[in-house]
Ligand binder design. Structure first.
Ligand SMILES: *Cc1c(COP(=O)(O)O)cnc(C)c1O
Length: 406
C-alpha cells in the first residue's frame, strides 16, 4: 500500500487507546438520545431530520443545544422578566466568567459585529442612536485588513459605516483619520499582513477601539479568555457553534463603555438598529447556561471521546479492502477539533467522495458529511449524538462496500 500524502496544513494526531470498540462513554457533554416524543414535529411538517457528520453549519441549524440549555429554556418559560434587568444580570455574570468588564447576549456573532460597530459610532448619544444608519456627514470608517474581508463584514456596513482596506502596519497607520471609528480583526483569516499585536498597537496609539471576531474559535476553551487579555476592546463568539447554546444567540464582551453603548443600540430599546435582532428571555438564560457548561466541562475527556468516535468509525471502515483512515485535527483557529479522513483506492472501490456524500445525504437517515479535494471523505464526529456514531460508520461502510469490485 502506498503511503498516503500527508495533508500539510493539518496536524496528525496519534491514535490513543486500543482498537477495542469501546461503548460510547456517557460524558455529560454528549447529547443524550432524546426520548421518543409524543408529537413528532419533524413528521408533522415533513421536515427531514439530519445527522451532522460535519462541522457546525448555519444552514444545518448550527449545533445541538446542551441538555442544560434546554433545561434553562424550559424552566424559565413560565414567568415574565424585565429584559433590562435580565441583560444586566446575565451580562454581569458572563463578564465575571470571562474576566472582562462587561458582556451581553446578542442574536449571534453577526449581530455582535453590528452592535459593536454601532456602539463605536454612536457611543451613548441618543440622537445618533436614533438616526443610525443615516447619520449626516461623512460615513464612519472601519479599518480591516484586505485579506480579512469576509461575508460577515456586511454586519459592519449595515450600520452605515464603510470599510477601509489596509495591508501592512504603515497602511493601517495612514488610514486612520477623524472618521475612523473601529478596527476589526477576523481571527480565523487565512492570511494577515498585520499581526494581532501590531494591530492592537497601532489602534491603541490612535485611540481606535478594536473588535475581534472569533465566532467559531472554540475549542480550545482558552480562546474564550485569550483575546481580551491580549487587549482587544470587544470580542465575539457565536453561541450556536461549539459552545452549543441557542443557534440564534451569541456573546459580545469587553470594554464597559462600549458594551453599554452596544446595549443602547439593541432591544429591548424600541427603535435602534439592533431592534430587529432581538434575543428572547429563554435564549438569554440558555446562552448563559451553555457558556457555564462549556467552561466547566471536562475538555480533556470530551476530546478523548471525540478521538474514540473517530477510531471506532475508522476501524469499521478499514475492514474494507484499500480503505485507509486518519484522525486529523484542523489547525484552526476555527473548527479546531478531530475529524476522520477516509481514502480508498478508487480503482477498487469505484466511487468518489462526492458521490458518497450524495448517497449519505439522500439515504435514510440523511447524513451530511464533507469532502476534501477529489480523494478524501471527511467524517465529522464532534456533533454526532452517541447513538449516531455507529449509524454513520455503518452507512459509509455499506456505501463503500457496494462500490467495491473484487
Ligand atoms: C459563524 C460566524 C459568524 C456568524 O456567527 P452567527 O453566530 O451565526 O451570527 C461570524 N463570523 C465568523 C468568523 C463565523 O464563523
Amino acid at each position: 500500500m502506498k503511503r498516503r500524502n500527508v495533508i500539510k496544513s493539518l496536524t496528525m494526531l496519534p491514535f490513543v487507546g486500543s482498537i477495542v470498540a469501546k461503548a460510547e462513554s456517557t460524558t455529560h457533554t454528549s447529547t443524550v438520545t432524546p426520548p421518543a416524543a409524543k408529537r413528532d414535529f419533524f413528521k408533522e411538517l415533513g421536515v427531514t431530520p439530519v445527522i451532522n457528520a460535519g462541522v457546525t453549519m448555519t444552514f444545518l441549524s448550527g449545533s445541538l443545544m446542551m441538555p442544560e440549555v434546554l433545561e434553562a429554556i424550559n424552566s424559565t418559560a413560565h414567568d415574565f422578566a424585565n429584559m433590562f434587568e435580565l441583560q444586566d444580570k446575565i451580562g454581569a455574570k458572563i463578564a465575571e466568567m470571562l474576566h472582562v468588564e462587561a458582556a451581553m447576549v446578542t442574536s449571534g456573532a453577526a449581530c455582535a459585529i453590528l452592535l459593536g460597530t454601532a456602539a463605536c459610532i454612536t457611543g451613548t448619544n441618543a440622537e445618533k442612536i436614533k438616526m443610525l444608519p443615516n447619520l449626516p456627514g461623512p460615513r464612519p470608517e472601519v479599518i480591516m485588513q484586505k485579506s480579512h474581508r469576509y461575508l460577515f463584514d456586511q454586519a459592519v456596513t449595515t450600520t452605515g459605516a464603510k470599510i477601509i482596506e489596509v495591508e501592512g502596519v504603515s497602511e493601517m497607520t495612514q488610514a486612520i483619520n477623524k472618521n475612523t471609528v473601529m478596527a476589526l480583526f477576523f481571527n480565523a483569516a487565512l492570511k494577515s499582513s498585520i499581526t494581532h499585536q501590531e494591530f492592537l498597537q497601532v489602534a491603541k496609539a490612535h485611540n481606535i477601539p478594536t473588535f475581534l471576531d472569533a465566532a467559531a474559535d472554540v475549542p480550545p476553551v482558552e480562546n474564550l479568555f485569550k483575546y481580551q487579555k491580549m487587549g482587544f476592546d470587544m470580542v465575539t463568539f457565536s453561541g450556536g457553534k461549539m459552545i452549543r447554546g441557542p443557534q440564534s444567540a451569541g456573546l459580545l464582551f469587553g470594554r464597559k463603555d462600549l458594551i453599554t453603548a452596544a446595549r443602547l443600540n439593541h432591544s429591548p430599546h424600541e427603535a435602534p438598529i439592533g431592534r430587529p435582532m432581538k434575543v428572547n428571555k429563554e435564549e438569554m438564560f440558555g446562552m448563559y447556561a451553555a457558556l457555564k457548561s462549556y467552561i466547566e466541562r471536562d475538555h480533556k475527556k470530551e476530546w478523548e471521546d471525540w478521538l474514540q468516535r473517530a477510531k471506532r468509525i475508522g476501524s469499521k471502515l478499514e475492514t474494507l479492502q484499500t480503505v485507509k483512515t486518519e484522525t486529523v485535527v484542523d489547525p484552526g483557529p476555527a473548527n479546531s477539533f478531530p475529524s476522520l479522513f477516509v481514502t480508498w483506492d478508487q480503482s477498487k472501490i469505484k466511487t468518489k467522495p462526492k458521490d458518497v456524500l450524495v448517497a449519505l445525504k439522500e439515504g435514510t437517515p440523511s447524513i451530511v458529511a464533507n469532502a476534501k479535494g477529489d480523494n478524501t471523505l471527511v467524517v465529522g464526529v464532534v456533533l454526532l449524538r452517541p447513538d449516531q456514531v455507529d449509524v454513520v460508520a455503518g452507512r459509509v461502510h455499506s456505501i463503500l462496500q457496494k462500490a467495491l469490485t473484487v
